[in-house]
Design a protein around this ligand. Structure first.
Ligand code: SF4
Length: 460
């Protein structure tokens, strides 16, 4: 008699917010999949819909509420989780029929709520889960979350009140997850947290045993440098090195120690440091360390050690009390620092943030005008930096491969080590081989550049 396979309940997922929220969604789905649930690509096929919300800015909260409203209208059986889940009263007031609301990182609570709303079918045929869990990013790159929360109290940010103080994961657990991801096809690891440089402070950098790729076994401290060095040892099954990219790094002195790892090719020469501003007066009001002159010296010394280092950063313009002189100071600082990639934001008050109480709020026209000016400066710097790469041969990772055109030529979209997925530029390749695959890392010769992207051809 044929084995009866019970049909599995289906879960729909709407994931909003930052890469950290995306990692949460992946973890929740991985757990649900291992509990016997199937995924639904649309509202109609779902027995229950999970909405993973973002509550960072007021505009993000409104977007989250709209997403909940859409899921309620289209399906009606909705569970809310994520940062905005910490404001259950606001959600329940607007949508009283939501089945459950859980806060950020309450994985077990979300999973329990799904089990209550749509009990899982169990059995040997439905309990399978891919070795690396379920991913919402393409197979060849993966976010690797190393800690939650933050010990800083920047005046414009409510993340510490939403997510609490820093809680670091054990280094052995992070490395095991990274190994599984690499075994499953990941070629690029994107290390994320709220403050990557502070990793391990809360657990006093306690070391844990790790076997390592050669099975030699050793202890790895819960410290950014040690973790980066260990991640830099990982290799694909073909023996190729894995790109390791550090995001959300605070420029503490010990960051100096990861630069030699970049110069030696062990980790990707890329640092994402959200400086936010440079003028001491503004940094003070933001409650961020005001050591911008020292930072400039350090950026210079990092580049002396690793000339190919790419520094990406974000800045807030129009912060309360930012004078024209403060803003010009920031522009001058940027000219000096020559950062490779810059994102800018116009200051937006976030409900509950201390900065809202500061005097000196600026009119929207000034914020807009300063935003346009900073974008002009940073686009010019970026264009010059990219132009300097024309003629060089650089390793690139393939993200997408096009269809042949009428002449049979195939184009591909790739990224260099200077480009993080989603936030930086691309390297557009012409005439690639038909044997090329997404996730391949190849050498490309750069032929042209614009303000954000490079254009080239596979090196022969
Ligand atoms: S370091 Fe980042 S997460 Fe922490 S309080 Fe400041 S802005 Fe928020």
């Amino acid at each position: 008699m044929a084995t009866q396979i019970p049909s599995s309940p289906k879960v729909g997922m709407v994931s909003l917010g930052c890469p950290k929220a995306l990692v949460d969604s992946e973890r929740i789905l991985t757990q649900l999949r291992s509990d016997g649930y199937d995924l639904s690509a649309d509202y109609a096929g779902a027995d229950v819909v999970l909405v993973n919300t973002c509550g960072f800015l007021d505009s993000a909260k409104e977007e989250s509420l709209d997403a909940i409203g859409e899921a309620m209208a289209e399906n009606g059986r909705v569970i809310v989780t994520g940062c905005m889940g910490n404001e259950a009263d606001v959600i329940m007031k607007r949508y009283p029929d939501v089945l459950a609301v859980t806060g950020a990182h309450q994985y077990e609570d979300v999973v329990t709520a799904v089990h209550a709303a749509a009990p899982a079918a169990r059995g040997a045929f439905v309990d399978l889960v891919p070795e690396a869990g379920l991913k919402l990013t393409p197979r060849h790159y993966s976010y690797l979350k190393i800690s939650e929360g933050c010990n800083h109290r920047c005046s414009f940010c409510i993340i510490p009140s939403l997510r609490g103080d820093l809680v670091s994961r054990r280094p052995d657990a992070i490395l095991r997850e990274a190994e599984k991801l690499v075994e499953a096809g990941t070629k690029e690891l994107l290390v994320i947290s709220q403050d990557t440089s502070a990793y391990g402070v809360d657990i006093r950098h306690q070391p844990r045993a790790w076997n390592g790729p050669n099975g030699q076994g050793r202890e790895v401290r819960a410290h950014m440098t040690d973790l980066a060095a260990a991640l830099g040892e990982l290799k694909t099954s073909e023996g190729q090195g894995v790109w390791t990219r550090l995001h959300y790094v605070y420029p503490y002195p010990h960051v100096d120690k990861v630069i030699p790892l970049m110069a030696e090719g062990k980790i990707t020469p890329y640092l994402d440091i959200p400086f936010q501003h440079a003028a001491p007066n503004v940094l003070k009001r933001m409650k961020r360390p005001a050591n911008e002159a020292k930072v400039l010296q350090r950026v210079k010394s990092w580049r002396d050690i690793c000339p190919d280092l790419t520094i990406r950063s974000t800045f807030v313009v129009g912060f309360p009390g930012e004078t024209e002189d403060d803003f010009k100071y920031l522009l001058d600082w940027l000219e000096e620092a020559q950062l490779d990639r810059v994102g800018a934001f116009r200051f937006e008050p976030v409900e509950g943030a201390e900065a809202n109480q500061l005097d000196g709020a600026l009119p929207e026209e000034i914020k807009e005008e300063r935003y346009q000016r900073i974008m002009e400066v940073t686009a010019r710097i970026s264009a010059a930096k990219l132009q300097a790469k024309v003629g060089r041969t650089l390793p690139v990772i393939i993200d997408d491969i096009g269809e042949p055109d009428e002449d049979g030529d195939i184009g591909a979209t790739a990224r260099s080590e200077a480009d993080a997925p989603e936030i930086d530029g691309n390297v557009f390749l012409r005439n690639v081989s038909e044997n090329l695959a997404v996730g391949d890392i190849i050498d490309a010769t750069i032929e042209d550049a614009d303000e954000h992207d490079l254009f080239g051809v596979a090196a022969s």
